[in-house]
Design a protein around this ligand. Structure first.
Ligand code: BTN
Length: 328
């Protein structure tokens, strides 16, 4: 009996995994499953799309360079050292439009704080200011967390900074490289963006109902064709660290750091988090321009306010309190 698409691919993957000493030819695969060589090459293309790295060499065949790492609930929870984040539901989706949208929908159905939505691929990954967050299969970590914080709407920038700090600390732990936090949400290594976050809040009347905090971390290089679109040239952790990075370990480190800061903010308020963010950023004291809703504001960064806004001293001693914007 002929096997269906998914079953054939599973078998091809098994064969490639067993063949640790070299290549398996397209001819061999085609005979084993009674399919054409063209069908073999289509199955390999699908497997690559799922994040498996498969090399193809003329006259030799195929070789598995690296199997995609799945981010299922079972795998993510193994050895995860948190109490809340990742312990109250991990919704793993091989592919999704946007993990933030999925998490927002779950939050409306009363999903508890700490629930995660994780995907291998996003087909409509969203960045700040309506930008696209390119999210090809297996290239990055795409995760959204549901929060139910007791904060006022104007304190929402704190969540952006918290996510920024947690991402930077996770990157540091996993790569050994200390990155820089760029206000409000970028994590940079050598001036190159490796991570960003998108915090979305739902207001119920004039109080915060729930928050979805989504982070995208580039783990492997993005396909070249996607790079020119991006505002800030991105780079990946594997390029920066020159080693292979486990997305599972990165996610676990992120959740541990996230929970640490989230609980500390609950206990002690925003001050320790702001101190930490200021240690990780290099903007304080710098003269710069910030684009805010089409307007360019210039000044010297003096501090972040107690509720997470960037304080800029402009011409004539005017103080600007920036909720959001893009440093140019
Ligand atoms: C930015 O730097 O502009 C923010 C990027 C945020 C991307 C993440 S990936 C997971 C989550 N889902 C989304 O659609 N966006 C965020």
């Amino acid at each position: 009996m002929a096997l269906k698409g998914d079953a054939v691919r599973e078998k091809i993957l098994e064969l490639l995994q067993e063949k640790t000493d070299g290549y398996i030819s397209g001819e061999e695969v085609s005979q084993l499953f009674s399919i054409s060589r063209a069908a073999v090459s289509k199955h390999v293309a699908v497997l690559r799309g799922q994040g498996h790295e498969i090399e193809a060499v003329t006259r030799k065949g195929y070789r598995l360079l690296r199997k995609a790492e799945l981010l299922t609930e079972e795998i993510v929870r193994q050895g995860l050292n948190t109490k809340i984040f990742g312990k109250r539901g991990v919704h793993y989706l091989p592919t999704v439009g946007s993990t933030n949208i999925e998490a927002m929908q779950l939050a409306f159905t009363d999903a508890p704080e700490g629930t995660l939505v994780v995907a291998d691929e996003q087909t409509g990954g969203r960045g700040r200011q309506g930008r696209t967050w390119h999210s090809p299969a297996g290239c990055g970590l795409y995760v959204s967390v549901i929060l139910r914080p007791d904060i006022a709407p104007n304190e929402a920038p704190i969540i952006t900074l918290l996510t920024n700090v947690a991402a930077a600390e996770a990157v540091h732990e996993i790569t050994g490289i200390l990155p820089v936090c760029k206000w409000p949400n970028d994590v940079l290594i050598n001036g190159c963006k490796v991570a960003g976050n998108l915090t979305e809040i739902f207001l119920s009347g004039d109080v915060v109902g729930h928050v979805v905090s989504g982070v995208g971390i580039n783990v492997r290089p993005l396909p070249k064709k996607l790079v020119p679109d991006l505002r800030t040239a991105p780079c990946s952790l594997e390029e920066a660290a020159e080693k292979s990075i486990s997305r599972v370990e990165l996610l676990q480190a992120y959740l541990v750091r996230y929970e640490y800061w989230y609980l500390l903010v609950k206990e002690q308020g925003f001050a320790p988090l702001l101190t930490r963010w200021k240690e990780l950023t290099d903007v304080v004291g710098k003269k710069l321009s910030v684009q805010v809703r089409g307007e360019k504001i210039q000044g010297t960064v003096t501090d972040v306010s107690t509720d997470g806004m960037l304080l800029l001293l402009g011409e004539g001693g005017v103080e600007h309190r920036l909720f959001s914007g893009d440093i140019l």
